[in-house]
Design a protein. Structure first.
Length: 79
C-alpha cells in the first residue's frame, strides 16, 4: 500500500511491482502520479494530469477577454 501524496488516501498497489516512470491513479482524489524513484519509492504529480475545472477556468478567462475586445470595437465603430 502507498499513501497518496495529494490526499493521503491508501493506494492499493504492490510497491515491489512498480517500475520507474509508471503512472498511478489515486481513486480517492482522481489525481495521477508518476513513480519517479523506486528505491526509495517517490511519487511526483503527473504534469499531463489536469482537472476539468482548470480547463473551464481557462476557457472562461478567454471568453471574457474576447467579449471585452468586442465591446471596445463596437465603441470605436459607433464614434
Amino acid at each position: 500500500m502507498i499513501d497518496c501524496p495529494g490526499c493521503g488516501a491508501a493506494i492499493d498497489v504492490e510497491e515491489d511491482e512498480l517500475d520507474e516512470g509508471e503512472s498511478i491513479l489515486c481513486e480517492e482524489c482522481g489525481k495521477n502520479f508518476l513513480v519517479s524513484s523506486i528505491d526509495p519509492l517517490e511519487l511526483e504529480a503527473d504534469e499531463d494530469d489536469y482537472d476539468e475545472e482548470d480547463l473551464d477556468e481557462d476557457f472562461d478567462e478567454e471568453d471574457e477577454d474576447d467579449e471585452e475586445d468586442e465591446d471596445e470595437e463596437d465603441e470605436e465603430d459607433w464614434r
